[in-house]
Design a protein around this ligand. Structure first.
Ligand SMILES: [Zn+2]
Ligand SMILES: [Zn+2]
Length: 386
């Protein structure tokens, strides 16, 4: 097993803090990407590919000896959440902060790249990928659409996510479905306004709007069986404008659909579309249905989860095998749909605030175990010199 010394952890902690202070939103990760590129250049990989699917950076280590190609991924983006906690390394971008711990994931991946550079891989290729725009579900697809990435032909792909609510020194695994599929729904209804004193002269979407909110919430129950969870969460709704003198003429409903597989997702999405159009038609309204932030489900291959289990056992981590998949989504599902591999969790502490909460900050104590698992994967698939 590769030793991870304290100086290296101090170095990675410092990098995590620097990344935290330069937090940038999905699709606008220029400074973060430049900083990461500098760190990768210090590892002297065989190739660095910049501007991958946006601001993505990939460092490729090639042993020039036949063997598999292993992809390890971290995310570059932060969230539109204000930093309200006091930190020496607080975000310098107001209203933007790393509240999903992607700063920690990046530092871990930098650590793994450092060790791969130092110990040299013995066969195959290692791709260290820093992906943009995970939070909006656009980054992984953008990477997959880039020929410079597909030319690398990964065989295996892995990523980790820190998970508050699980003990530190634990790894959270699941064979098969790990995280849900989700997609954002936008329904726009259009009639026409009138004076509020003459609602009879308007074609107001009010009844269609309120009916749709109720029907959308109830719809999943009618299409999914007991063992096939599906949910629709209405996240935002707007009817007309704030104007007491006007009968509204338009409305908008935003919702998120979640299922554990794409077949049920498609069925749910089709039903939503029919429901919206039929409701609008019944009230003589125009209707537009649009989709955004589409996430595939994340499906882990059984063999790769076994590899993770072995590595975690050797590292002395508590192994938690989830009975049910997570209801949140991760765009890493786009990679596991194409390659063998797995997304796994590392416990971020039972009392750590939840992801996307203002009080959250990535716990630095997780850095060594993250590096250890990633290094274990490199060693398993590609071999590392002593
Ligand atoms: Zn997140
Ligand atoms: Zn995240």
């Amino acid at each position: 097993m590769i030793e991870i010394d304290q100086n290296h952890i101090t170095y990675l902690t410092n990098i995590r803090h620097q990344l935290h202070s330069m937090a940038e939103l999905s699709g606008y990760e220029k400074n973060t990407a430049a900083f990461i590129q500098g760190l990768m250049e210090q590892c002297h990989p065989d190739e660095i590919i910049a501007n991958l699917g946006g601001d993505g950076i990939a460092a490729v280590f090639d042993s020039k000896i036949p063997g598999p190609t292993l992809l390890l991924r971290a995310e570059l983006d932060a969230l539109p959440i204000r930093e309200t906690i006091t930190l020496d390394y607080a975000s310098k971008n107001s209203g933007v902060s790393h509240k999903c711990g992607h700063d920690g994931h990046m530092a871990i991946l930098v650590g793994a790249a450092n060790l791969a550079a130092k110990h040299k891989i013995q066969k195959g290729k290692l791709i260290v990928l820093f992906q943009p725009a995970e939070e909006t579900g656009q980054g992984a697809t953008a990477i997959m659409n880039d020929e410079r990435f597909t030319a690398l032909k990964p065989d295996y792909a892995f990523a980790l996510h820190n998970l508050p609510g699980y003990p530190k020194n634990s790894i959270i695994l699941r064979k098969g479905n790990f995280a849900a599929a989700s997609r954002g729904l936008i329904i726009r209804l259009k009639g026409h306004t009138s004076h509020a004193g003459h609602p009879e002269d308007a074609n107001a979407p009010t009844l269609a709007f309120s009916g749709l909110i109720k029907d959308l919430t109830a719809l999943p129950v009618s299409i999914s069986g007991f063992n096939e969870p599906a949910i629709i969460t209405v996240v935002h709704a707007r009817l007309g404008a704030v104007a007491f003198g006007t009968t509204p003429g338009d409305a908008e409903i935003l919702a998120t659909l979640r299922t554990y597989d794409n077949t049920l997702m498609q069925k749910l999405a089709d039903r939503v579309s029919i429901l919206a159009h039929e409701t609008a038609k019944a009230f003589g309204l125009e209707c537009e249905v649009a989709w955004t932030e589409v996430f595939d489900p994340t499906i882990n291959t059984a063999e790769e989860v076994e590899v993770l289990k072995e590595i975690s056992q050797k590292a002395g981590l508590e192994i938690i095998e989830k009975e049910r998949p997570f209801p949140w989504s991760e765009d890493f599902g786009t990679f596991t749909e194409a390659f063998k591999g797995a997304l796994f969790g590392i416990g971020a502490g039972l009392k750590t605030p939840q992801l996307h909460q203002e009080e959250y900050d990535f716990p630095d104590q997780l850095l060594p175990q993250g590096v250890e698992i990633f290094t274990g994967l490199i060693n398993h698939y590609l071999g590392l010199g002593s």
